[in-house]
Design a protein. Structure first.
Length: 309
């Protein structure tokens, strides 16, 4: 049975650990395994703008012996009305995996439902699971291994209703972390995702906290994460969001409240002086650039793991 990766909880705790361990191995040796030698093609579909996703998947597929077949939405027949199901039925006969950066989660789910090759969610409005794998791998690398993740306090402050908050909840507790979401009123995570995260946490020893106070989220945290206040599609709310989210900025005061040596994450692109200050993102406690690099290693690990299932 084909294994897809559409949301963070598509990997069990044991499976997530396997992928993260392989990600760290890929950082030590970028050519440790090459499952796409041939080269086999892997389809990369983009309905949204991308820098890190496009570059990391393209480079990673090539490093694993494959050919990254990049398809922009406007140049595909889906843009002219061809169904997702029909597209999947065609692609599965030509490529070894399908990676899609798109809008609604239902789109990648429909692609997966009609594909006999793995489908990977490279970002939807609801989840960003490949980013969380990279984040977890970066923290594991900085702390001496994947086993160090369980029991850590991870605070995410900002828009609690966006895809990063949802994926931190699911991916973090899968790793056995204590995940705290600090967000203003009106920007709460989807209750169904919170419920699912709590269910996973009960099995892994993690926990979930959602609060409307920045200080409650970051106090004693081992890792502090944030994201842009204005996600793709929310540009019309930019001015209003800046006022609402200002108390949730990650800055020097955040680090003073956090655990000594706490690490800082940001999935990028970052807007210095908005969701994070320049001195923090460019400071000694930031592992943002390691995190960005791990998009390459973690996604290679995920692809290699999926195609051998």
């Amino acid at each position: 049975m084909v294994h897809h990766f559409l949301r963070d909880d598509d990997l069990s705790p044991a499976q997530q650990r396997e992928v993260l361990e392989l990600a760290l191995e890929f950082k030590r040796d970028r050519y440790v395994t090459q499952p796409f030698v041939g080269p086999q093609a892997v389809a990369l579909l983009f309905d949204k703008h991308s820098t890190r996703t496009r570059v990391s998947f393209s480079a990673g597929i090539a490093e694993m012996g494959g050919y990254p077949l990049v398809i922009d939405a406007g140049n595909s027949q889906m843009a002219r009305g061809e169904s997702i199901a029909d597209t999947a039925r065609v692609l599965e006969r030509m490529v070894s995996a399908i990676i899609w950066r798109t809008f609604g989660q239902e789109r990648v789910e429909e692609m997966a439902a009609h594909s006999a090759v793995p489908v990977i969610n490279a970002l939807t409005d609801e989840f960003h699971p490949c980013q969380i794998l990279a984040d977890l791998a970066a923290v594991a690398d900085a702390r001496g291994g994947v086993g160090a993740l369980a029991g850590l306090d991870l605070a995410y402050v900002g828009d609690g209703a966006n895809n990063m908050a949802h994926s931190y909840l699911l991916g973090g507790v899968t790793a056995g972390m204590h995940v705290r979401i600090g967000t203003p009123e009106g920007y709460l995570p989807d209750p169904a995702i919170v419920d699912r995260a709590e269910q996973i946490a009960s099995e892994t020893g993690g926990s979930v906290l959602v609060t409307h106070w920045h200080d409650d989220a970051v106090r004693g945290a081992d890792v502090i994460a944030t994201d842009t206040w204005v996600s793709m599609g929310d540009e019309g709310e930019k001015a209003d969001r800046a006022k609402v989210f200002e108390p949730f900025q990650v800055n020097a005061a955040s680090l003073e409240l956090a655990a000594p040596g706490a690490q800082v994450l940001h999935c990028l692109p970052a807007y210095r002086g908005k969701e994070i200050t320049a001195d923090v993102i460019d400071g000694d406690q930031s592992i943002v650039w390691l995190e960005a690099e791990y998009r390459l290693h973690a996604q290679k690990a995920l692809l290699a793991w999926l195609v051998r299932q």
